[in-house]
Structures are given as C-alpha cells and as structure tokens.
Design a protein around this ligand. Structure first.
Ligand code: ADP
Ligand code: NI
Length: 211
C-alpha cells in the first residue's frame, strides 16, 4: 500500500467527480451522486455483500462515463478514469470499478464483464431508487422541462410517440420496482413505487376535474 489512506482517497474522488459533472444536467448533479452513495451504503449495511470502500468509490464514480454526457470516446473516458485511479493508488480496484460504472446505466445496451459483482448490483439498485418516489418525480419533470417535453399527452401512455413526462412513468419509472437486485432495494422500491402510483392517481383526477 502507498501513502494515501482511504479517507483521503474518498476525498480526492469526491473532488474529481464534482469537477467532472459540473456541466451535466441537474438530474445528474452532485446531489444525485450523494443520494446514490447513501442508498448504496444503506443497502450494503443491510445485506453485507460488498466491500464498503470499493462500493463508496464506485458510487461516487458511477455516472462519470454516462454516454449521454461524455465529451470524448469511451476509450478516452476509460483512460481518464484509469489515470485518475492510478494516480491515487486505486490501481488494485481499478478494473472492478471501471467494469461497474460501465455496466450501471439503465440504458446500457451492451453489458459485459462481471454482471453479478455485488458492488454493481447495489449501485444499480441505488441508482434506480433515485429515479422513483418523490425525488424520481421531481427529476422526471425536471428532465422533461429541460427537453421541453409536455407534462402529459392524453391517450395511450405507452404509445411510441408519447414523449411526455407522464409517458416516461410508463416507459421506465413504473417498471423499476421489478428490476431490483437486492431484497433491501426491493423493499424501498415497493414504497417508492406506491408513491408513484398515488401521484398518477391524483394527477389524473385533477386533469379530469369534475366538480
Ligand atoms: P440512467 O442514467 O439510469 O440511464 P437517465 O439518464 O436515463 O438514467 O435518467 C436520469 C433521470 O432523468 C432519471 O430520473 C430519469 O427518470 C429521468 N429521465 C430520463 N428520460 C426522461 C424522459 N424522457 N422524461 C422524463 N424524465 C426522464
Ligand atoms: Ni446515476
């Protein structure tokens, strides 16, 4: 082991992530990272399946290579994260962490590597949980506004052309609870899902207002 202790390595990773994501949309801001990190920590405290230090570093870095925001090619991004990790004596966990962050995205169409790594399973759950419940609703309408999408288009919400934020609930948010990896994740997802359902019920009642 080198000169850096783990607290210091966590601190420099926080700094690295903060500067890297400054120009992302506000749905992928530092506070999203903090929430995912807390959820991941909590899930692992219950399940005790992952190395807490690797989990912490991977949670911090989990959005850094999101294809929607990358300014460079995946190879260049890989290299950049790898160099950061080498420089900060994280070489031992580099391959594992890079594999996790490459596989974590919901929209990743070509997963590879160790797909049953507990670190990956937990971060996937934490990331999905942050797209559910009250926070998930706030993030969805924020993203929809950023894209200039309508909040709702009456009709079939599953229709391919329904680019509304309520449509996104059916495309993604309502499906998340059945995609959890851990039982702790499933438990939290259950509650957050119920809140999504309640929100939709209220939304439609207000939309169709009849006195
Ligand atoms: P991931 O990084 O897990 O692939 P996204 O980047 O697709 O997730 O989504 C980030 C946030 O933006 C989530 O809260 C998600 O629900 C929301 N979002 C993504 N696409 C849409 C959309 N078309 N309408 C509303 N919200 C969206
Ligand atoms: Ni994320």
């Amino acid at each position: 082991m080198g000169k850096m202790n783990r607290n210091k390595q966590i601190k420099v990773t926080e700094e690295f992530v903060r500067t890297k994501i400054e120009d992302y949309d506000s749905g992928h801001d530092w506070f999203h990272i903090e929430r995912v990190r807390k959820l991941a920590r909590y899930i692992n405290e219950q399940e005790k399946i992952a190395d807490p230090f690797v989990l912490e570093i991977a949670a911090l870095l989990h959005d850094i290579m999101d294809s929607k925001f990358m300014k460079r090619t995946p190879e260049q991004e890989n290299k950049m994260v790898g160099e950061f990790m080498d420089k900060n004596e994280l070489t031992e966990i580099k391959d594992q962490v890079i594999s996790v962050i490459r596989n974590v995205s919901y929209s990743n169409k070509k997963p590879d590597g160790n797909l049953s790594d507990p670190v990956l399973l937990i971060i996937q759950d934490a990331d999905k949980l942050d797209a559910m419940g009250a926070i998930g609703i706030a993030r969805a309408f924020n993203y929809g506004g950023f894209r200039n999408n309508p909040i709702y288009i009456p009709g079939n919400q599953r229709a391919i052309k329904n680019q509304s934020t309520i449509g996104h609930f059916y495309d993604k948010l309502l499906r998340l609870k059945d995609m959890m990896n851990t039982s702790t994740g499933r438990l939290i997802a259950e509650e957050r899902h119920q809140f999504l359902a309640l929100f939709l019920e209220k939304f439609y009642r207000e939309w169709d207002f009849e006195d």
